[in-house]
Design a protein around this ligand. Structure first.
Ligand SMILES: Nc1ncnc2c1ncn2[C@@H]1O[C@H](COP(=O)(O)OP(=O)(O)OP(=O)(O)O)[C@@H](O)[C@H]1O
Ligand SMILES: [Mg+2]
Length: 411
């Protein structure tokens, strides 16, 4: 096996391409002559090889960041360099989100899945120290886990036959809070619930009994074991993961128009997401927190919601992750309606009812949030409750038709 050549498989479509690291540190990407499908929406099939200065962006989508990346370095020490994306991909490439598997040239792609399963998973979710247990599971399999994001996390699975209770069969992402963000999994659970109630597609989530960890069902896997393509907006805009904050929500809409096979519908869905992001004060909706999901090139859609979290309970002065109209500021309901009309092509009526439904979804989540607060009290959850209370009943005038017209006059 050659250490500097990787095979790229599209699961379900076979060995598709190779990526070779050249002596000068550049990469040579070549589709096989028998390739049946492309590895990325941005890389059409072609006969001639392409040179890349860094990894092709699609292969960066699931490269570890944050706690997982630290765990890899702690385990492997001098065996790996922090900046060596190719070396990290070589380790984790077999287990990526989406439909790609990357292995050393000539290696098979299908060893048994070693991630926490069934009784072990149940034990973690029921324990009073799930943070330690998830962290231990993450460290145990760190160098085989292709998952991005800052919080500690690992893959997990549950099968109907053996799990007698509580966890539906399926494959999951299991994440846990970090020391910097106590209460973040409770906050994510309630924000995801509000999105669900507001009508957005949201994967199933299960909060651990101690409130410190969250199990999120993977949406890139079909019921029959089939895999869907997944590319985040960082990759789709050709940016590296270090540039995930260097963009705008206008650019997000452009990416949607370019890649979605149902752009109008997806831009409406995005509007709802954008409204919830402002109402919930989520300052971390960066380019890696949006993705396109596709079973095939003919059906490319905005993925279900993930990582929706109020961030101002943790960072009081936090602002939106990307710019809109050149600024990072929170929009009130009137400006949200204007955004829906001007940027997303909605009528005033449609934008108003969409924002109202978001507010209602937040309001309907409050009893659940209060209940979780009574079981897992923390400052961050208390502040989240305040946000929910304010955002579910905004000033009366701001959501009237004349309110919007006045706002346009005033600007
Ligand atoms: N339900 C899901 N199914 C498939 N992939 C997912 C799902 N949820 C998240 N992902 C993938 O896992 C990555 C990390 O998840 P997530 O964004 O929740 O982690 P995080 O640590 O909270 O991230 P951040 O650093 O943005 O705070 C996402 O960027 C996405 O690629
Ligand atoms: Mg994220």
């Amino acid at each position: 096996m050659k250490p500097d050549i990787l095979d790229i498989h599209v699961i379900g479509h076979g060995l598709t391409a190779t990526l070779e690291r050249e002596r000068n540190g550049e990469f040579l990407f070549t589709y096989r002559t028998d390739a049946r499908t492309e590895i990325s929406l941005t890389m059409p099939l072609k006969d001639t090889p392409d040179h890349f200065q860094r990894l092709p962006p699609v292969l960066e989508t699931s490269l570890p960041e944050g706690a997982l990346l630290e765990a890899i370095f702690e385990k492997l020490g001098k065996g790996i360099r922090l900046t060596d994306d190719f070396g990290i991909l070589k380790l984790v490439g077999r287990n990526l989100v989406g439909r790609l598997a990357v292995v050393l040239s000539g290696e098979p792609i299908d060893p048994p899945d070693p991630f926490p399963a069934n009784e072990h998973l149940l034990h973690i979710l029921r324990s009073h120290n799930s943070r330690e247990l998830v962290t231990r599971a993450m460290v145990g399999l760190a160098e085989r886990t292709g998952l991005s994001g800052v919080l500690p996390k690992t893959f997990a699975m549950s099968s109907e036959r053996e799990t007698r209770v509580a966890i539906p069969a399926g494959k999951y992402i299991l994440k846990t809070e970090s020391q910097e963000y106590p209460g973040i999994c409770v906050v994510e659970e309630v924000c995801m619930t509000a999105c669900r109630k507001a009508g957005l597609g949201v994967p199933e989530t299960i909060l651990s009994d101690d409130g410190k960890s969250l199990l999120v069902k993977r949406f890139d896997l079909g019921e029959e074991g089939d895999r869907y393509g997944f590319e985040d907006f960082c990759a789709l805009s050709g940016r590296s993961r270090k540039e995930k904050y260097d963009s705008s929500y206008e650019a997000v809409i452009k990416i949607l128009s370019l890649f979605s096979t149902e752009p109008k519908k997806d831009i409406r869905i995005f509007f709802r997401f954008f409204a919830l992001m402002h109402l919930l004060k989520n300052g971390d909706a960066h380019l890696k927190n949006f993705g396109m999901l596709y079973p095939s090139r003919e059906n490319v859609r905005l993925s279900p919601v993930y990582d929706m979290v109020s961030t101002t309970p943790f960072l009081r002065k936090d602002t939106p992750a990307l710019t809109f109209a050149g600024k990072r500021s929170w929009l009130g309901t009137r400006k949200l309606v204007a955004f829906g009309i001007e940027q997303c092509g909605l009528t005033e009526n449609e934008a108003l009812s969409s924002v109202r439904e978001c507010m209602e979804g937040i309001g309907e989540t409050i009893p659940f949030l209060r209940d979780l607060y009574s079981r897992h009290p923390s400052e961050s959850v208390a502040r989240t409750l305040q946000i929910f209370e304010v955002s579910s009943k905004p000033e009366r005038s701001s959501l009237s038709f004349s309110g919007h017209r006045n706002s346009k006059k005033g600007t």
